[in-house]
Design a protein. Structure first.
Length: 588
C-alpha cells in the first residue's frame, strides 16, 4: 500500500513539473504573438478602415511617430494602462506599414532638456485629477505625440488621453496622409464682408468719426482649412482678386448680392470642372427685444438677392424664398438689457424659434460619405433647395439629396419686415416636410452666359481716376469638364458665430475632402464621430408608452401571476387525488 502511494506521489510530482515546463515554454514562444481581437461595435471603431490600411501600405519614406508620456507607475490610477493601450494600436499600424512607420516612446518626466525641447514645440505637461484610495489630488503628467515626415513641420497631438483612443486612427493616419501627399490642394474661399448698418454709419459720421470697416464673417473657414493642411486662398471675385487658375475647389458663401461678372466667374469655374461648394442665403432675420411690459422678441425678415438665381435656374436648381420653419429647433442666446432696481444690466436670454432648425442624422443620406454619421447640424435661417428635374435631365446632370428637414416642417409665404407671431406657430399649419436642404449635383455644367456674353467688371471710380482707360482682354476660353456642385440653402450656418455649432464645421470639411480629392479620409473620420441622438417623440406617443409602462406591464405581470397560481393549485389538487387513488388501490 505504501509503495502504491509513493509511486502515485512521484508520478504526480513529475507530471506537475512537466506541465509547468510546457506552460513556461509555450508562454516564452507565444508571448510576442498578437492575440486575436473581435470588434463588436456597430461602427467598427476598433477595426482599421481599408483607407487607413491603403495609406500605410503606400508609404515610400518612413514616418516617425513619437510618444512622450509619463511612466505608468507615476500616472494617476485611471491612466495606468494608457501607454499600453496606445502601444497596442501603434503596433497594429507598424505591422500594416511594413517598416514605413517608425514608432518610439520617450519619458520626459525627469529629463529637463527633453522638456525644454518639447515646450519649444508647443507641448506642455497638463494637470489630471488623481484619485488614489482615500486621497484626491492633482498630478502633472506628459502625454503627447509628434508625427514627422522628411523635412516638413511636425504634426503635434498635445494631449492623448483615454477618451482620444477611439479617434487615434484618425489622429495618426490623417496627418500621415496629409504630410505624404504630393500636392496640397488649393481652396479658393469667397466670403463677403458684412457692411455696417446705415443708421450706425450715419451716427459715426454725425460725430465726425469714420464708420467701422466691413466685418469679415467667414474667416474661420480658412482657418479650419489651413488646420487640415489645405491651402486656403481668400478671394474677392474681383479683377484684382480672381479665382486662381490652379484652384482645386471653390467655396462661395452667398450672403450679399453678387454682380454679374462675379456670377460669370463662378459659372466659368464650374463649367471648367472646378468643384464648387455654395451656401445660398435667401433671407436673414433680425431680433429685437419687446418693448414695455413685453418679455418676448420682435422678429423681422430681410430679403437677400444673391445674384445667383439665374445661374442656378440654368442648371435646374432654385433656392426657395419662403419662410422655412421646423418643430425641431435649436436655442440661441441673445443679449438683452434688463432693469434691476434702477440698474441696467446686460444679460443673455435663450431664444428658440422654428427658423433655428436642428437637423439630426436621421435626416441625412446615410449612404453618402459626405454626411453619414454626422450627428447634428444647425441650419440657421435656411430655406429649401428646389430641383427642376426636367432641366437637370436636359443638362445631363445627376442630383443627390443629402440633407432634409424633419417631417414636421412647413413653409410660409415670404414677407419682409416685422413678422407676426402666427408665422412661428405650428398651430393650424399644414406640415409639408421633409424639404431638401442640401443637394449634390454632378456632371457637365452648362455655360449659362453662352447667349449673353461675358459681362464687364464693374467700374472702380478710384482706379479709373489713377489709370488710363484701356481695353480689358476677354478671359481665355474654358475647356468644359465634368464637375460637382454642392448647394446648401443656408450660408449663415458657416459664418464665424455658427460654424462651431453642432457639427457644421465637420460638414464643411467632409465636403472639402470629398470634392477636393481626399475621399479616403472620410471613411476614417466618419466612423469616429458617430453621435446617437434620440429622435423627437410626439405627445401621443409619450402617452402610449406611459400607459404601457405604468399600466399594461404591471397588469400583464398580475394576470400571469394569477394564471400561474391557478395552474399550481390545479396541479396540487390533481396530485392529492392521485395519492388518494393510489392509497385506495393499495388497501385493496
Amino acid at each position: 500500500m505504501n509503495s502504491k502511494r509513493r509511486n502515485f506521489r512521484i508520478t504526480f510530482a513529475v507530471a506537475t513539473v512537466l506541465l509547468l515546463a510546457i506552460a513556461v515554454f509555450l508562454m516564452s514562444v507565444l508571448n510576442n504573438l498578437q492575440g486575436a481581437r473581435v470588434d463588436m461595435t456597430d461602427d467598427g471603431l476598433f477595426t482599421m478602415s481599408p483607407a487607413a490600411v491603403e495609406i500605410l501600405q503606400e508609404l515610400q519614406v518612413p514616418v516617425q511617430v513619437k510618444l512622450y508620456i509619463t511612466p505608468s507607475e507615476k500616472m494617476p490610477q485611471q491612466l495606468r494602462t494608457l501607454e499600453r493601450d496606445i502601444n497596442e494600436q501603434m503596433r497594429n499600424f507598424e505591422g500594416v506599414a511594413d517598416g514605413m512607420l517608425e514608432y518610439s516612446v520617450f519619458n520626459p518626466q525627469d529629463d529637463e532638456e527633453m522638456q525644454q525641447t518639447l515646450m519649444a514645440k508647443g507641448i506642455q505637461p497638463f494637470q489630471v485629477r488623481s484619485v488614489d484610495k482615500d486621497e484626491i489630488g492633482v498630478k502633472l503628467i506628459w502625454s503627447a505625440m509628434t508625427i514627422a515626415y522628411k523635412d516638413k513641420p511636425e504634426e503635434i497631438l498635445p494631449q492623448v488621453l483615454p477618451q482620444n483612443l477611439p479617434a487615434l486612427e484618425q489622429d495618426i493616419i490623417g496627418p500621415v496622409y496629409r504630410l505624404t501627399r504630393d500636392k496640397t490642394p488649393k481652396i479658393a474661399v469667397f466670403g463677403p464682408r458684412k457692411e455696417v448698418d446705415q443708421q450706425l454709419a450715419m451716427m459715426y459720421m454725425q460725430q465726425g468719426m469714420q464708420p467701422p470697416a466691413p466685418e469679415d464673417q467667414f474667416t474661420l473657414i480658412s482657418e479650419f482649412l489651413n488646420q487640415e493642411h489645405y491651402e486656403a486662398v481668400p478671394v474677392e471675385l474681383t479683377e484684382q482678386s480672381p479665382i486662381p487658375e490652379d484652384a482645386d475647389l471653390l467655396i462661395v458663401m452667398a450672403l450679399t448680392a453678387l454682380n454679374q461678372r462675379q456670377v460669370y466667374e463662378i459659372n466659368r469655374a464650374l463649367s471648367g470642372g472646378i468643384p464648387v461648394i455654395m451656401g445660398v442665403q435667401a433671407h436673414e432675420y433680425g431680433y429685437r427685444p419687446g418693448q414695455g411690459q413685453s418679455r418676448g422678441w420682435s422678429i423681422s425678415g430681410q430679403n437677400i438677392e444673391t445674384g445667383l438665381e439665374h445661374l442656378l435656374a440654368g442648371i435646374g436648381i432654385h433656392v426657395s424664398e419662403d419662410h422655412l420653419l421646423d418643430t425641431s429647433m435649436e436655442v440661441i442666446d441673445l443679449p438683452r438689457e434688463v432693469n434691476l432696481g434702477g440698474l441696467r444690466m446686460q444679460t443673455r436670454e435663450p431664444v428658440q424659434l422654428p427658423v433655428q432648425i436642428r437637423v439630426t442624422e436621421t435626416q441625412m443620406l446615410q449612404d453618402s460619405p459626405l454626411v453619414n454619421r454626422i450627428g447634428t447640424l444647425f441650419y440657421l435661417w435656411g430655406t429649401p433647395v428646389l430641383l427642376d428635374v426636367t432641366k437637370l435631365s436636359e443638362n445631363g446632370l445627376q442630383a443627390t439629396n443629402l440633407i432634409e428637414s424633419s417631417s414636421n416642417s412647413w413653409l410660409d409665404s415670404w414677407s419682409e419686415g416685422p413678422l407676426p407671431a402666427s408665422v412661428f406657430s405650428p398651430d393650424g399649419k399644414e406640415m409639408t416636410g421633409p424639404h431638401v436642404l442640401a443637394v449634390l449635383v454632378e456632371g457637365q455644367f452648362p455655360d449659362t452666359f453662352e447667349t449673353s456674353g461675358v459681362p464687364d467688371w464693374p467700374a472702380d471710380p478710384a482706379a479709373a481716376a489713377e489709370e488710363a482707360p484701356g481695353v480689358t482682354e476677354p478671359p481665355a476660353p474654358v475647356q468644359p469638364q465634368p464637375g460637382q456642385l454642392l448647394v446648401i440653402g443656408s450660408a449663415k450656418m458657416f459664418d464665424n458665430n455658427i460654424l462651431g455649432a453642432s457639427q457644421n464645421a465637420l460638414l464643411l470639411m467632409n465636403a472639402v475632402d470629398y470634392m477636393a480629392g481626399s475621399q479616403d479620409l472620410l471613411t476614417i473620420r466618419s466612423k469616429l464621430l458617430t453621435q446617437r441622438v434620440i429622435r423627437p417623440v410626439e405627445t401621443g406617443e409619450k402617452l402610449i408608452w406611459r400607459i404601457v409602462v405604468i399600466l399594461l406591464v404591471p397588469l400583464g405581470l398580475t394576470v400571469f401571476g394569477f394564471m400561474r397560481a391557478g395552474m399550481r393549485r390545479k396541479d396540487a389538487t390533481n396530485y392529492r387525488q392521485d395519492l388518494k387513488r393510489n392509497a385506495r388501490g393499495a388497501s385493496r
